[in-house]
Ligand binder design. Structure first.
Ligand code: FES
Length: 104
């Protein structure tokens, strides 16, 4: 059963910034890419590093540990050593609040 997580207000995440929110199954990284909000797993698929510690440039998040890059719009791994995609989550915005559909 999916579960809807309230990830706070859009205005709390400025464009180019990220926020980490706790879901029942783990941490999710919420990204503001030029005003569009995307949600992906916070854990890098290469090894166990938090992408929150990485750097968001445009729609690409770069892992701080080995420099792998992912497209936060699709979860795709776009630069090695990252090869496996990140899981992505549906996001809806209601009255300026971010809602993320996550597994229960
Ligand atoms: S842990 Fe992220 S690229 Fe290695």
């Amino acid at each position: 059963m999916p579960h809807t997580l309230n990830a706070g207000k859009v205005e709390e995440i400025r464009p180019g910034k990220t926020k980490r929110v706790k879901a029942p199954h783990g941490w999710i990284l919420v990204c503001n890419v030029d005003g569009h909000i995307y949600a992906v797993d916070d854990l890098c698929t290469h090894e166990d590093a938090s992408l929150y510690l990485g750097c968001l440039k445009g729609h690409l998040i770069q892992c701080s540990l080995h420099g792998g890059k992912f497209d936060v719009r699709t979860g795709a791994a776009v630069e090695e050593p990252a090869e496996q995609p990140l899981r992505t989550y549906p996001v809806t915005l209601t009255d300026g609040e971010i809602h993320i559909e996550v597994p229960a």
